[in-house]
Structure formats: C-alpha cells, structure tokens
Design a protein around this ligand. Structure first.
Ligand code: ATP
Length: 324
C-alpha cells in the first residue's frame, strides 16, 4: 500500500478531525502518502482529493466538525456511481481508504470492497453510539458532556420557577444519550426508543416526585421514544391531565453534534487512526476499528452493520433507583 485516502461520511461528529489527523500522521510515520477526500463519497466520485502531510493536520485535534466536510451521496448507492469513484481513486493512485462515519458509510465501503476488491477500513464516527462491535463511537462521549452541561443549566432555571421540563435529546433509534445524560443530569424520568414506560407511569412518577417535595422536574426524552409522543405532545398531555404544573419544552437539536471533542474522544480517535492505517498496511481490509474492554480491536464490517447495539439494562435500574 502506497497511498491511503481518508474521508468523513454521513452525519458529522466531534472527534472526526482528531481521527483524520491520526490517519494522516500514521501514514506519514510509515512513509505512506495520504489523501484527504472531501465531502464523503460525493467527493470520491468527483475526484475531490487533497494530498495531506503531517503538517496539514496541525491545530485540528481540538476542533469539532470535519475539515474534510461530510455529505450523503445518492450516486454512490448506484453501481455506476461507485465505478466512477473507483476510477477516480485509481487515477490518483490511491490504493486503500479509511472511512470515518456510521453504519451507512460502512455498508457503502463493504459493497465497494466486494465489487472492486479495494482495501477499506472504517472508524465509527457518530454521536449516537449505535454501532455494534464497539463500546463507544467517536463523538459520543463529547455529546454526553455537551448535553449534561445544558441539562445542568436547564435545572437552574427549572428549580428557580418550580417548572417541569421535557428535554429532547438526539436518539431516533437508540437511547444511549438519553439514558446516560438522564442519570447524570438527575432526570425524574427518561424516555427511550427501547422501552415503553407508558404515559401512566410517567404521570405517576411526576406526581410522586411532586409529593416528595421536589422543586423541579426534568424528563429526558430521546427523539424516537417508544411512547411515540413528541415533547410538545407530552407537554400538552401533562397540561391537560395534571394540575399545578408549569411545563416547558427544550429541544436541543444540532448543538449536540458540535463543540470541541472531549479528552476521551481525542485519545480514542488517535488510537483508532493508528489501528486503521496499520491494519491496512498488514493486509487487513473490510473491518471497523472499535473499542472493547479498553482495547482497540477490529470487527468485520458485516458484523458491525448487521449487529444491534443494545441498551445497558443496569442503567435503567440505576435511573429508577436514583429518581426515588
Ligand atoms: P449517520 O450515523 O450519521 O447516519 P451513516 O454513515 O450511517 O452516518 P448514511 O447517510 O446512512 O450515514 O450513509 C452515508 C453514505 O454512505 C450515504 O450517503 C451513501 O453514499 C453511502 N451508503 C449508505 N448505504 C449504502 C448502500 N447500501 N450502498 C452504497 N452506499 C451506501
């Protein structure tokens, strides 16, 4: 392997820059040329490449987002699009790539590998932590810290006015963010896509907390919570069915994806970049790099894509006990 490409694809996540830096510097360390591929698979199809050396990635370890930009590419989902991408890589002499993204990006890489026998390696970059084969995804730890900081601030205003807040956090399919920030932020209830707590239990829990003398309440709601109600519908329900509550809603949105990566994510990204490049050098391909028991390990793409990341049931119990 003489030239490795690196791209960021799908939704952006804090720590992607630290991962790009690590890939570029590991290539430099092993005397391999490295090319940044702009705008994910879109840029691959357009041949939008830039040669990068160890100095090209200075000053980015602490920056959120991705200097290579990210995109979703419809064309790459077609055989013709992937053929163009392959021709572009060949033209530039790139003989392997590392894709930093989510399971969609890995599926694309896996199909590309199969069609062209092209060496590929993946780094899981998404705040959702929804990828099988790794205890963490890149950006998840940062997002948790960002959201907890905001919940602390909401708590200040909630307790000053004896208010009940429904706080919506990211998580269409998985409740990792909601469950963790809910516990860390002292939420009364946490609504997640994996468990249907039911409106009755929510109401009962709010009544109980009021009775026990709590001056404010925070309910953390994942976007895809199983009760199937939006935070605004939940507010309406409480307004209509419970007396004496001043209910507010806060939807955190895209701010959860921004900001400087946490120390954990910077170190994690650095470790995964080294592993990705060195695995390609030793002839490995079609794997996702990830973390298991604090070790950086490889999981075959097909397992990473097919497997389901599961919620930790112990956390549900801890959250129950803490909200007494
Ligand atoms: P996020 O966690 O933000 O959703 P992701 O990597 O899962 O990240 P997707 O939009 O699902 O994001 O995928 C990113 C890109 O990967 C797509 O825009 C597309 O170009 C490519 N891709 C996804 N699925 C396939 C597929 N089945 N075949 C070919 N390419 C695909």
């Amino acid at each position: 392997i003489k030239k490795i490409g690196v791209l960021t694809s799908g939704g952006d996540a804090p720590g992607m820059n630290a991962a790009i830096r690590s890939v570029v510097r590991t290539c430099a360390f092993h005397d391999i040329k490295c090319y940044g591929i702009y705008r994910g698979y879109e840029g691959m199809i357009d041949g939008d490449f830039i040669e990068m050396d160890a100095r090209s990635v200075k000053g980015i370890i602490n920056k959120g987002g991705t200097i290579l930009k990210s995109a979703r590419s419809k064309e790459f989902r077609t055989k013709e699009g992937r053929q163009i991408a392959y021709d572009q890589l060949k033209k530039a002499g790139i003989d392997a790539f590392v894709v930093i993204g989510g399971d969609g990006s890995f599926t694309g890489a896996m199909i590309f590998n199969k069609e062209f026998n092209f060496p590929v390696m993946g780094i899981p970059g998404t705040i959702d932590n929804d990828i099988f084969g790794t205890t963490h995804t890149l950006g998840y730890d940062t997002a948790l810290n960002t959201v907890v900081e905001v919940i602390d601030k909401i708590r200040d205003t909630a307790s000053s006015h004896n208010r009940l807040f429904f706080v919506e956090v990211m998580g269409r399919d998985v409740g990792h963010i909601a469950l963790n920030v809910g516990i860390a932020g002292g939420a009364e209830e946490i609504l997640i896509p994996e468990e249907d707590l039911g409106l009755d239990r929510l109401v009962e829990s709010l009544r109980r907390s009021k009775k026990s003398g709590k001056s404010s309440s925070i309910v953390v709601v994942a976007e895809g919570d199983k009760i199937g109600k939006s935070v605004f519908e939940l507010k309406d329900y409480v307004d209509q069915n419970m007396e004496g509550y001043d209910v507010r809603v806060s939807v955190l949105g895209h701010m959860q994806r921004g900001g400087p990566p946490s120390c954990f994510d910077r170190v994690f990204a650095s470790r995964m970049g080294v592993k990705a490049v060195e695995s390609l050098i030793t002839g490995k391909s079609n794997y996702m790099v990830g973390m298991k028991n604090d070790l950086i390990e490889l999981t075959p793409f097909d397992q990473a894509v097919k497997g389901k990341s599961k919620i930790n049931k112990e956390l549900l119990r801890v959250s129950d006990i803490m909200s007494i």
